[in-house]
Design a protein around this ligand. Structure first.
Ligand code: GAL
Length: 674
């Protein structure tokens, strides 16, 4: 079985910051953890100052006692390397280890994540702490998982200090080899930006006007790599000293700063921190998208929800609690999309510090609180769902996600600043979500063969190798749907020759004459089969070469011109949307879905009900039904199953209360009909 850690069943627990409490409180903590069914706690995330009070003094006594205590209570530990918040003594001894902004401001001690990714002093100290911890605790029976650092790129994702500049120059030398190559790549003939040597290059600090775009793109790549190098330095120590114990670091959902395809190659398991906003009635759609990404990062392997809030967070301007039942429903949603555990920030609510108003599994009011009842309730339910651990789900369609293209798309001085990757992606994802289709994400280097439908909401930066793969995919019978402003630049962010969409021109059978952004607040009508859809942000003057026109612009200067096209090629077809259809994209994607023969997991789902199905290795299915809406719903079932949450047999239909859920075990033989 594909188990995340040695702990059986689903994982349940959270960050525990025992250094904020006198030791007497710990005894109560572990007793209550056992009561709630907690089986994994993350310890030590921000304990550096406590563990190493000075350059050569260590204090492990408290952690020894703590790990022994949790072990005696049958609870396992996700032990942090504690490197996300360097202590004051380190910072004062090495002021150069503090990060510097693009404007030259050195960020002060007094918060957290105050380190320069390229600081040798910080790295050396972090690696030393990791090694010391690993050597001390590698054989501790409570240890089940290593947790490196905390949320890389949280607060600080880049540093412009001299050490970073030197590291950037080293990185550039490795990437480009020679200064001539760099000059070519950066297009430095423009605005007299030529460099004679690497020594002349600096990070893209605040400059009088627009900075060289390829310099900015390389900077993004470098910043992701610089943090990854730090992570890998800690990972190498853990692999060497504590082999066999899995290692993770907590991701931050769909985060621009880090190329998680590259990062996840260095994780033993993917874990994620997710904070959907209870004030947003559509938050679960975005959450589903992030969870699908987390599952996809390791090709469908189960992942771990490392942090979520039991109720309110404390860092939004207005922090709404989760109304009764929402915490349970959203926890089940992570499981429905492939998580094998639900952990939290944090176990016990703090009384001091910046997060004292953040909810916790054990709220300030203690065990009399509503929050505590929900904590205990969810723990009991997760125990009932234990057999789901290790099962997998696979999307019916795939979405291409490329960090390089994301970074390049959002550089300045484009025809419109409104083309932002998450905002282009979300309506496409939502349209599929509403049709009950689960998607996997794929990197641009993947072979998409196994999927009948491939969606590419945007591929601004696209190399010819990827375009060739997409062409082969379509020729072999795949359906590709490509969004606007794609195929524009190569990996140097230079415009592809021969007109847009460059290497996609033949595949899509169209050519773009001119980009035609839509002003803020305005829309352009697009007529599809007699109905008007609204394009916003973006449209294009395109001409069809081999493609057929599926929908035309119906208002504005482009009225009558093709807006949506389809090009049949080999056994498949490639669709092109020359505009951003926002919330109206559904009908177009619906046509492509129908052509690709992709249907929902469970046909006839009422509005607001989410359905996914995980499969165990022996063929047993787990059908998750989640009602995100305010009304009760009856969901028709084709196959009877057992609701693991209640133990009841369900046949014919399941009734879901508002925010209600069911998790049905379906016997292997019934899978095809369910
Ligand atoms: C996360 C972080 C935690 C805590 C939490 C509060 O981003 O990893 O340490 O700050 O947010 O929501």
């Amino acid at each position: 079985m594909d188990r995340l850690t040695r702990v059986p069943g689903l994982l349940y627990g959270g960050d525990w910051n025992p250094e904020q409490w006198p030791e007497q409180v710990w005894a109560e903590d572990v007793k209550l953890m056992a009561e709630a069914g907690v089986n994994l706690v993350t310890v030590g995330i921000f304990s550096w100052a406590r563990l190493q009070p000075g350059p050569d003094s260590w204090d492990f006594g408290w952690l020894d006692r703590l790990l022994d205590l949790v072990h005696r209570h049958g609870i396992a530990v996700d032990l942090a390397t504690a490197t996300a918040s360097p202590p004051a003594w380190l910072v004062r001894a090495h002021p150069g280890s503090l990060p510097v902004t693009a404007d030259g401001v050195r960020l002060e001690f007094g918060s957290r994540q105050h380190y320069c990714p390229s600081s040798p002093a910080y790295r050396e100290a972090a690696v030393r702490l990791t090694r010391t911890l690993a050597e001390r605790y590698r054989h501790h029976p409570a240890l089940a998982l290593w947790h490196i650092h905390n949320e890389y790129a949280d607060h600080v994702e880049e540093c412009f200090c001299p050490a970073s500049a030197a590291d950037f120059r080293r990185w550039l030398r490795e990437r480009h080899g020679t200064i001539e190559e760099l000059n070519r790549s950066w297009g430095t003939a423009f605005w007299s930006q030529h460099y004679d040597s690497f020594a002349q290059i600096e990070p893209p600090r605040t400059a009088p006007g627009p900075v060289n775009p390829t310099q900015l793109l390389d900077w993004r790549r470098f910043c992701s790599d610089a943090l990854l190098a730090l992570h890998r330095a800690e990972k190498a120590v853990l692999d060497e000293v504590s082999p066999g114990v899995p290692v993770t670091t907590n991701f931050m959902s769909m985060l621009k700063a880090l190329d998680y395809w590259e990062w996840s190659r260095h994780e033993d398991l993917v874990s994620d921190d997710a904070y959907p906003d209870p004030a947003d009635p559509r938050a679960h759609v975005n959450a589903a998208m992030n969870y699908d990404l987390m599952r996809s990062l390791k090709g469908g392997r189960p992942w771990l929800l490392m942090e979520q809030a039991p109720s309110a967070v404390s860092w939004r301007p207005v922090n709404l609690p989760k109304r009764p039942g929402l915490y349970r429903l959203w926890s089940l949603q992570a499981l429905a999309r492939g998580a094998d555990g639900v952990l939290h920030f944090q176990w016990r609510a703090s009384v001091a510090g910046a997060e004292k108003f953040h909810s916790a599994m054990l709220p300030h009011r203690g065990t009399a609180s509503r929050g505590w009842q929900e904590t205990v309730g969810l723990g009991a339910e997760l125990r009932r769902l234990g057999e789901v651990a290790g099962s997998r789900l696979r999307g019916q369609a795939a979405v291409l996600l490329d960090w390089d293209s994301w970074w390049a798309l959002e550089l300045d001085d484009h025809p419109s600043a409104r083309m932002r990757w998450p905002e282009l992606l979300r309506p496409w994802y939502a349209a599929l979500y509403e049709r009950g289709i689960t998607v996997d994400f794929l990197p641009p280097t993947a072979e998409p063969d196994g999927y009948p439908l491939l969606l590419a909401p945007n591929l601004y930066l696209l190399d010819t190798a990827t375009a060739d793969r997409l062409t082969a995919y379509v020729r072999d019978g795949g359906r590709l749907v490509c969004g606007p402003f794609s195929g524009i630049t190569d990996r140097h962010d230079h415009i592809h020759p021969g007109g847009h969409p460059g290497p996609l021109r033949e595949l899509l059978g169209i050519v773009v004459d001119e980009h035609w952004p839509i002003p803020d607040g305005a829309t352009t009508a697009v007529r599809l089969n007699g109905t008007d859809l609204r394009a916003e942000r973006w449209s294009e003057w395109i001409e069809t070469e081999r493609a057929e026109t599926v929908a035309r612009y119906h208002s504005g200067t482009l009225a009558g011109r093709p807006a949506v096209t389809r090009n049949r090629l080999g056994a498949g077809s490639a669709w092109y949307l020359s505009c951003h259809l926002g919330a109206d994209v559904g009908p177009v994607l619906g046509l492509a879905l129908a052509e690709a023969g992709v249907g929902p997991e469970l046909p006839g789902l009422p509005d607001g009900v989410e359905a996914t199905r995980r499969h165990a290795a022996d063929g047993t299915g787990y059908l998750f039904l989640l009602n995100h809406g305010p009304d009760e719903h009856r969901v028709p079932l084709r196959t009877p199953g057992t609701d693991l949450l209640t133990g009841a047999e369900a046949a014919g239909a399941v009734t879901l209360a508002p925010l209600g859920a069911a998790v049905l075990r379906l016997p292997a033989a019934a899978q095809e009909r369910a």
